[in-house]
Write a protein that binds this ligand. Structure first.
Ligand code: SF4
Ligand code: SF4
Length: 177
């Protein structure tokens, strides 16, 4: 049986948290009117990276697709040929799709990638009003061209040996007369 003191306090005890919280600073974020930056290592939309000459890092090996627990990645590799080179070495990713209706942004795919072709950005606005637009194609995922980069296809500009790309060799300095 409750003591008289408990009987008096019980009805107000439940408001303890309410009273303690009401005088604290509010933390409500006014999204989407005010966008707060994410943590630097937040897992957002993927990006397919390039070498400094613009060639693609993806070699179409499909390891990311096999690592994905949600079966969200589809890759078709193809061979680089004379006059149609997209990456250093033999192969490149001809088709690359990520289905954001399935993706849980776990990051296992980027761990599996042997060339660091695949990384994740901080972009988190991945909602839409139809299914089709949430299947991102290679063109949606490729990193933008930075100064000095040339859109593939083109020949290897860093070195004739594709191993030099992986060794971190940079673009040769062009003398300007
Ligand atoms: S982040 Fe996870 S769920 Fe999304 S594509 Fe990569 S492995 Fe699949
Ligand atoms: S993103 Fe990486 S793991 Fe996936 S196909 Fe390309 S090279 Fe292979």
């Amino acid at each position: 049986m409750s003591s008289p003191k408990e009987t008096i306090l019980d009805p107000v005890a439940g408001f303890g948290v309410t009273f303690r919280t009401m005088f604290k600073k509010t933390v409500t974020e006014q999204y989407p009117f005010e966008k707060v930056p994410t943590a630097p290592r937040f897992h957002g939309r993927h990006q397919l990276n390039r070498w400094p000459d613009g060639l693609e890092k993806c070699i179409g090996c499909e390891l990311c697709a096999w690592a994905c627990p949600a079966d969200a990645i589809y890759v078709e590799g193809a061979s680089n040929t004379e006059g149609d080179r997209h990456s250093p070495g033999e192969r490149y990713g001809r088709v690359y799709q990520i289905n954001y209706l399935r993706c849980i942004l776990c990051g296992l795919c980027i761990e599996a990638c042997p060339t660091r072709a695949l990384t994740m950005t901080n972009e988190y606005e991945l909602a839409d009003n139809n299914r089709e637009d949430l299947i991102y194609e290679k063109s949606d995922l490729l990193a933008p061209l930075l100064p000095g980069m040339v859109e593939p296809p083109h020949e290897m500009m860093i070195s004739d040996d594709h191993h030099d790309y992986y060794r971190g060799k940079t673009l040769p300095i062009v003398e300007v007369s």
